[in-house]
Ligand binder design. Structure first.
Ligand code: ZN
Length: 68
């Protein structure tokens, strides 16, 4: 019964390639929100996106997978 530890051990992984970009960028975080935040910063810098549309955010969420 250590739910907090379980949460800590779960890693959310996202690869830019998984949403169709020819890009080696990969990010991990403890939560979907954390990953999404980093991905949006990356998208702005590397892919010249000024804003992250809801569509893109949904795409990213779908592509994020959990590593236990
Ligand atoms: Zn990228």
């Amino acid at each position: 019964m250590f739910p907090e530890k379980e949460v800590f051990l779960m890693r959310k992984i996202f690869k830019c390639r998984d949403i169709g970009n020819n890009c080696e960028y990969q990010v991990s975080g403890n939560s979907e929100e954390e990953v999404l935040q980093r991905v949006s910063e990356h998208a702005k810098r590397a892919h010249n996106m000024k804003t992250i549309s809801k569509e893109l955010a949904d795409k990213v969420r779908t592509a994020i997978y959990t590593l236990f």
